[in-house]
Design a protein around this ligand. Structure first.
Ligand code: ADP
Ligand code: MG
Length: 230
């Protein structure tokens, strides 16, 4: 029953999203069509136009990719993982990109085991989204501080940047699909991340001060082999 409810809720969201996705994809498609027609008329390749076409294609790809994470009827396989290793994997994945952007990662993972029951690839997706946002908020570079600790029955993950920050009125809009202020943004990252954390019975919170930086706070219940244990 629970599962049915969860699935139908997911379907509604996906249905609503699909309309948005169709709309978001139509714009770059129109651009692509226009430029292709131009190439045909002038019968010679304009590299600037080809560049634009490629970036529009990339955009479509990004939007569809993020949408698929939600829409895919995935047989979600929850496994018990120590979140510190999951985070560590994502950090190594992004390390070279961070280096290029003058961004350094500072981690404080503590000594305690931080085991949770999770769909690891989905959580990686969340960390990638949040860390990328943090990097993109610091065009001149800076430090991203990633902390993990246990608090009673929760694992708390904090990801803090020293970037441009987010105004209060903008914070209210975060999580709305397609809300973005980036040229190459999809405005899906936060929404997808929130949903994934929700499906892990966790919480996702953003705190920010303009000009000082942004902190994303995520909590996920600690895994307990014996759930009745108090
Ligand atoms: P995208 O990154 O594609 O724009 P997101 O859903 O990831 O979509 O983020 C939505 C918007 O939230 C961003 O365009 C940006 O304005 C704001 N935002 C998110 N994270 C941060 C951050 N760490 N610092 C400043 N702004 C942020
Ligand atoms: Mg993003």
């Amino acid at each position: 029953m629970d599962e049915l409810l969860r699935r139908s809720e997911k379907l509604t969201t996906v249905g609503q999203l699909a309309a948005g996705v169709a709309h978001e994809i139509r714009n770059p498609l129109t651009t692509l069509r226009g430029f292709l027609q131009l190439q045909l008329q002038t019968s010679k390749l304009n590299t600037r136009h080809v560049d634009l076409m490629l970036s529009e294609l990339d955009r479509i790809n990004l939007i569809v990719g993020e949408f698929l994470i939600l829409a895919k009827p995935q047989a979600t396989r929850f496994e018990v993982k120590d979140i510190r290793f999951t985070l560590g994997d994502v950090i190594s994945l992004l390390d070279s990109q961070a280096h290029l952007c003058n961004v350094v990662f500072a981690t404080d993972f503590g000594q305690e085991e931080c085991r949770i029951s999770c769909e690891e690839n989905q959580l990686k997706q969340v960390f990638i989204n949040v860390l990328k946002n943090a990097m993109e908020a610091m065009p001149q570079g800076g430090q991203i501080t990633i902390q993990v600790h246990r608090q009673e029955r929760q694992i708390c993950i904090s990801i803090a940047d020293e970037g441009i920050g987010i105004s209060e009125e903008k914070i209210a809009k975060l999580g709305d699909p397609f809300y973005t202020d980036k040229d190459a943004g999809t405005g899906l990252g936060i929404m997808v991340s929130q949903r994934i954390i929700q499906s892990h019975q966790g919480t996702f919170e953003i705190k920010s001060k303009v000009g000082e930086g942004t902190t994303v706070l995520i909590t996920i219940p600690l895994y307990r082999a014996d759930n009745s244990e108090s």
